[in-house]
Design a protein around this ligand. Structure first.
Ligand code: COA
Length: 292
């Protein structure tokens, strides 16, 4: 019988990184009102940064900002903005500078997603997701770059792994995220000599997020996918990657894409039962050679 698979622990970044590494720094995060971006903001704040979170829904942002301030003892303020509207981003940058005087870190995280076959996807629907994800990332970079240069700061762009292959019903997001990856690489090269780093975090399936709720079948509706890391991702896994990439420990890392998916992406080609086959090769002895 196969032994139980190892399940990687869920780690708090405070157990690995010093609490003060971001003291005096300021984070500007689009999409910070909920989900993965909220989690990344909270983690960066726990290490001493103040933050501005942006989104379209002011009620939700205001509530999240209050909760993050209470949870971390740092200051978080909301700024209503639509990343498709450069003017709203410029206003949010102005508000950030008035309040904190600088922008060190930017998370370009605002995104739109839904499942739709390309045969049924309207031109406007395709354009809308490209405008939020790709144009929105460009707009955010443009609005913040002068301040990030001044701070010798760093960008993290939230992408995905689904465009590394053909993912059904995700033409719009695949195209949009490929553009995000490309923008980050250009920022790394153009802005590196000015002291700015730019990297991409590509989350795999992350549990308990709005995206997962809407974009995947519920447990029991399909065979649960297997992960080399033994479990589905958690918001904290992505948050820990953000803390690392913003930290000086990543000073020599720029222009890179960091999938945070527990190895999930590499499993697409598996033709044997996983992880049972690697934990108990005898269970597939008839399929492998040399014979055990
Ligand atoms: N399926 C197919 N098409 C959709 C869609 C869906 N679920 N949701 C929106 N669209 C289409 C609309 O029909 C419209 O196209 P049309 O004019 O041809 O009908 C186009 O996209 C724009 O939609 P609209 O609702 O006007 O845009 P919006 O800017 O208000 O919102 C989203 C767009 C993507 C943000 C919206 O779908 C949304 O709110 N999603 C939930 C939030 C989200 O995606 N979070 C990210 C989690 S990973």
């Amino acid at each position: 019988m196969a032994p139980a698979p190892y399940v990687v622990p869920q780690v708090d970044s405070a157990a690995v990184f010093k609490p003060e590494i971001f003291r005096g720094k300021v984070l500007f995060c689009t999409g910070g009102g909920s989900g993965i971006c909220r989690g990344m903001t909270e983690a960066v704040m726990r290490h001493g940064a103040n933050a501005v979170i942006l989104g379209r829904k002011l009620d939700r942002l205001t509530q999240t900002a209050k909760e993050l301030s209470e949870a971390t003892g740092q200051i978080c303020i909301p700024a209503q903005a639509d990343v498709r509207e450069p003017k709203t981003l410029q206003d949010a940058v102005r508000k950030t500078i008035e309040k904190f005087g600088r922008i060190d870190f930017v998370i370009c995280g605002a995104a739109g997603n839904f499942l739709a076959p390309i045969s049924g996807l309207s031109e406007n629907a395709f354009r809308t997701v490209l405008e939020i994800d790709t144009l929105g990332t460009y707009n955010t970079i443009k609005a913040t770059i002068a301040h990030v240069r001044a701070a010798k700061g760093s960008y993290i762009h939230v992408s995905a792994t689904l465009h590394y292959n053909g993912t059904p019903f995700q033409a719009h997001v695949s195209a949009a995220k490929a553009g995000v990856d490309a923008l980050s690489a250009v920022v790394a090269v153009e802005e590196g000599p000015h002291g700015v780093r730019s990297n991409v975090i590509a989350p795999g399936p992350i549990g308990a997020t709005e995206g997962m709720d809407r974009l995947s079948l519920k447990a029991g509706e399909h065979r649960a996918p297997a992960y080399p890391a033994g479990r589905m991702g958690h918001v904290d896994d992505v948050a820990n990657a953000a803390v690392f990439l913003f930290s000086d420990a990543a000073a020599y890392i720029t222009g890179q894409i960091l999938p945070v998916d527990g190895g999930f992406e590499h499993l697409r080609g598996s033709t044997v039962p996983y992880p049972q086959a690697v934990l108990d090769p005898a269970s597939v002895a008839h399929m492998i050679s040399p014979k055990l």
